[in-house]
Design a protein around this ligand. Sequence first.
Ligand SMILES: *Cc1c(COP(=O)(O)O)cnc(C)c1O
Length: 431
Amino acid sequence: MNENLEAMYKSLGISEKVFAYGQRIEEELKERFAFIDESAQYNQLKVLHAMQKCRVSDIHFASTSGYGYNDLGRDTLEEVYAEAFHAEAALVRPQITCGTHALSVALAANLRPGDELLAISGKPYDTLEEVIGIRPSNGSLAEYGVTYRQVDLLPDDRFDLEGIRAAINERTKMVHIQRSKGYQTRRTLSVEEIGKAIAYVKSLNPGLICMVDNCYGEFVERTEPSDVGADLCVGSLIKNPGGGLAPTGGYIVGKKAYVENCAFRLTSPGLGKEVGATMGVMQSFYQGFFLAPTVTAGALKGAVFAANVYERLGFDVLPDGQESRHDIIQAITFGTPEGVIAFCRGIQAAAPVDSFVEPEPWAMPGYDSDVIMAAGAFVQGSSIELSADGPIKPPYAVYFQGGLTYEHAKFGILMSLQKLREAGIAKLPGE
Ligand SMILES: *Cc1c(COP(=O)(O)O)cnc(C)c1O
């Protein structure tokens, strides 16, 4: 048994040269990683404090069935979320099926016919187009008489304050802000910038409800949008806050009245938060939330590592190797279909689950080009787990995120580089 790290990597298919290159990059990132670890430490304490304050106990992990009346675990977990996000209330449920659903609930619950929704960070995430009715869709907000207006970010990705002022009218009721770039090429917004935009919106009309799509942003910084004035903060539990353990679910935190509206929309008017059995998922929700700060830090280090590995080989990376991070997504542009495919095959080959399958581009519903995806996840579609996907169209970029541990993310990135090098697409410095 060779206990040497390089030999271990070699036995899993990473050549000496790729390994050595990775070690060099990692060495240079020490300070950066220390900063990320310190934020994880801060956020770990924040979550711990919330759990202690809410007196979390093992009775809270018990399963409930049927209506789920008096589900102590569920109610206490919602207090924990509210506490950790410094918000008045929270809705954290396995009945929220995904991030899109959570956002859809938050919007539909707080808008009424005749109201207008104003997006101020440009076009929302793809799946929200049908929720809002930007693309006509059955059951959209548009069908219920809710209109929509959008103010794009300025060319330098700052909020367009003039544009926002001009767009707000007497029907404007809610403001949508998306923290993460999602699969766009803009910058991700920092919590600080979001706070300034919210303050500006409130200075124009303090009654406007500011909702932040917080997907992929949780625990990346030490503050959340709810710390800087967001009335509602929304996300998915199979991303950062589920810590990789939550098998499904979503959350909404914010002002009590707005969160309560969400509960009435999610379950039923009159029932609200009182119903919703948790069927045994509570322990994973609590434990996942407990792990979320360090899991997110691992994913973040993986993203920074990937940016530096590929930037130095001459590929376009967004964010770049140096800039500050506000979400866990990393885009890398390869410029050719072969590059995208080789990268995704490397990520897949490094997975704990389904490492033996070879991803192929396919015509996924809802996309206008073939898409290739790599995911070998314990939870289907979980993107806090190491995953990558890329549309097979110019500029031939892959979006890469996650990694339950930095160690796994690192291995995945080295494996992708290994595949790219074998295919003759990437050359190491000096080759
Ligand atoms: C992931 C994500 C969503 C929600 O997506 P789901 O796949 O429905 O969970 C919404 N907005 C952004 C920015 C996202 O990254």
